[in-house]
Design a protein around this ligand. Sequence first.
Ligand code: ZEM
Length: 317
Amino acid sequence: VLSLSPTVVEAKAASVADVAPVKRAIADLIEDDAEKRGDGTSLTGTFVRLAWHCAGTYNKTTGQGGSNGARMRFDPEASWGANAGLDVPRKALEDVKAKFPEISYADLYTLAGVVAVEEAGGPKIPFRLGRTDAENGETSPKECGLPDADKGSRKSTAQHVRDVFYREFYASRLFDRVSLFVSSLIYCSPGAYFKGMGFSDKEIVALLGAHALGRCHTDRSGYWGPWTFAENTFSNEYFRLLVEERWSPKVSHNGKPWEGPDQFEDSTGKLMMLPRKVVELYAKDEDAFFKDFASAFSKLLELGVDLPSAKAWYQFW
Ligand code: ZEM
């Protein structure tokens, strides 16, 4: 909890009013682009993924990464495989940046995710301005920490889990629109990744509910299709489908990647136990999901950003 001096509180109130036109411009961009596409897809999910991949580089141990800096504009982050396709939302946001040059790219990219959630009917996300932009060549995390950013063995183990999992799913007849969201939950929940950033199991599950929005693209992740049947609407459908389908592909065993043949296990396994309770809660209680998502997403977007002391968060507004 922040203790803000009265002047800072006033300045914050002013910033909320002044950021409204930027939010409007982002919302208009989503709408106009959706009209142009005319195929039911939109920038909504892609903006949320952009915000998440900006923030998700944060490493608590080194203090590196995070949405501050907007380093995804430059290599190496621009060409990380995990960021494939995120040049699309970055380019789209250039129009907004041109209209409001005062806002940093780092604030703009994260704000776009916030606006996308809100415009899709999701909760209001607490959002503060004040991120600054890094120069090209300033430190980026050395290797891509998305989404397996914990210590030591992570590259081999987590990446391998992912590879194994993806391969199995390609081979599997169960690969369809609902399977990938199961993969995300299983892949993420046991990992030290989000925990290392200070997220609880509940917050992790709430964050993954963002997969109500958007879709997978064959030219980005290699997958195809949305997780839900209404990809531009923020809802608890991700959780409802997860509970109703009761699918649980086995991807690991005793902390190691599962190397056996394709198989599925009941969700009472260790990996799924804790999150499963939360999934059921969110599947039943959309308000609880909205509330928890708003605070977890807000927290995510501020990782590594020193807002209160920077004071810069209201300088332009
Ligand atoms: Zn996602 N996500 N995600 N995610 N994600 C994709 C797309 C989107 C994982 C994942 O496998 C993938 C979080 C965490 C994790 C969104 C939001 C958030 C895609 C498809 C994949 C493969 C990319 C493509 O092909 O375009 C995994 C493994 C995660 C665990 C760590 C968190 C946290 C999110 C937000 C809070 C969103 C909105 C999309 C849809 C993107 C779009 O373009 O529509």
